[in-house]
Write a protein that binds this ligand. Structure first.
Ligand code: AMP
Length: 283
C-alpha cells in the first residue's frame, strides 16, 4: 500500500492507473477505523481494480463546540489494518493541503442539509459536501463507498452527484453493528462501560419500531412516541431527535407505506451518537 499525502502526487499516481483502463474505488473516512469502515473497503476491493482510502478529519464539518480536537486518531493502526486488507493507496492529506490559505469555496445542498442532524449541526453537511467533492475531484473514483450509518450524508451526497453531473457512482452499504446491536462508530471509543450499556437502547428502539410495523402499526407518531418512551427510560441518554422520514427528501412521514427511514441522534453523557434503520412494510 502506498501512503500519499500530497494532492499532486495522488493525482499523478491515479492518472497512471486510469491510463491502464483500471477502475478506481474510493472510501473516504476520518480514520480510527473499525469493521464498519472495513466493510466498505472490502466491497471496493471486490468491485474495482484499485482501492483508495482517505483519512482526513475534516475541520469544515465540525462546529466550534464539537469534538474536532478530541476526535480519536491512530494512523499507525489504521494503515496496518488497510495494508492487511490489501488497499492500494492511502491518501492522508493535512489540513493545509485540503484548505490552503485563502480557501473560499463551499458546496451546499439546500433543504436536505437542514433536516435531521442539520438542525443541531448547522454547516456540518456543507463541510461534508465540500470535502467529498474535493476528494472526488482529486481521486476521480468510478465508485465511492459510504455507510448507511450516516443515512442523511448518503442521501445528500447522492443528490450532489446528480445535481452536479459527477461521473461517480455512490454505493451505500449496510450498518455494521456489534453483536448486541450497537452501531459501530469511532465515537464509541469515548463511551464508558456504563454509557456503552445505556447506548444499546438506541438500536433497541429502532428494532422496536420495525416490530411495531410488523404488528400492524402504521402511525409514525405512535412509533416515534414508543421509541421516545423507551429511550427516555435510560437516564444516561438524552434524545436530540427521532424522526421517521422519506428516503429521498427526508421529510417527515405521517403514515407508513412501503419504506421509510427511522433516524435518531442522542447524547450518551457528552458523546453524540446517531443510528437509523430502514423501516419496511411487508408486501
Ligand atoms: P467516518 O470515518 O465516520 O467519516 O465514516 C466513514 C464512512 O464509514 C462513512 O461512509 C460512514 O457512513 C461509514 N461507516 C461508519 N460507521 C459505519 C458502520 N457502523 N457501518 C457501516 N458503515 C459505517
Amino acid at each position: 500500500m502506498k501512503i500519499v499525502t500530497k494532492i499532486i502526487d495522488v493525482k499523478k499516481e491515479l492518472k497512471e492507473v486510469r491510463s491502464h483502463g483500471k477502475t478506481i474505488g474510493f472510501v473516504p473516512t476520518m480514520g480510527y477505523l473499525h469493521e464498519g469502515h472495513l466493510s466498505l473497503v472490502r466491497e471496493s476491493l471486490q468491485n474495482t481494480d484499485v482501492t483508495v482510502v482517505s483519512i482526513f478529519i475534516n475541520p469544515a464539518q465540525f462546529g466550534p463546540k464539537e469534538d474536532f480536537k478530541e476526535y480519536p486518531r491512530d494512523l499507525e493502526r489504521d494503515s496496518e489494518l488497510l495494508e492487511r486488507e490489501g488497499v492500494d493507496y492511502l491518501f492522508v492529506p493535512d489540513k493545509n493541503e485540503i484548505y490552503p490559505e485563502g480557501y473560499e469555496t463551499y458546496i451546499e445542498v439546500l433543504n436536505l442539509q437542514d433536516k435531521l442532524c442539520g438542525c443541531s449541526r448547522p454547516g456540518h453537511f456543507r463541510g461534508v459536501n465540500t470535502v467529498v467533492l474535493k476528494l472526488f475531484n482529486i481521486i476521480y473514483p468510478d465508485i465511492s463507498f459510504f455507510g448507511q450509518k450516516d443515512a442523511q450524508q448518503a442521501v445528500i451526497l447522492k443528490r450532489m452527484v446528480q445535481d452536479l453531473d459527477l461521473d461517480v457512482r455512490i454505493e451505500v452499504l449496510p450498518i455494521i453493528r456489534e453483536k448486541d446491536g450497537l452501531a459501530l462508530s469511532s465515537r464509541n471509543a469515548y463511551l464508558s462501560q456504563e454509557e456503552r450499556k445505556a447506548a444499546l437502547v438506541l438500536s433497541k428502539s429502532l428494532k422496536e419500531a420495525q416490530s411495531m410495523i410488523e404488528k400492524g402499526e402504521r402511525d409514525s407518531v405512535e412509533i416515534v412516541n414508543r421509541m421516545r418512551e423507551m429511550i427516555n427510560s435510560e437516564p444516561l441518554v438524552k434524545i436530540e431527535y427521532i424522526e421517521i422520514v422519506d428516503m429521498v427528501k427526508l421529510n417527515p412521514i405521517a403514515r407508513m407505506e412501503k419504506e421509510a427511514l427511522a433516524a435518531l441522534a442522542a447524547y450518551i453523557g457528552k458523546v453524540r451518537l446517531i443510528d437509523n434503520t430502514i423501516l419496511r412494510v411487508e408486501g
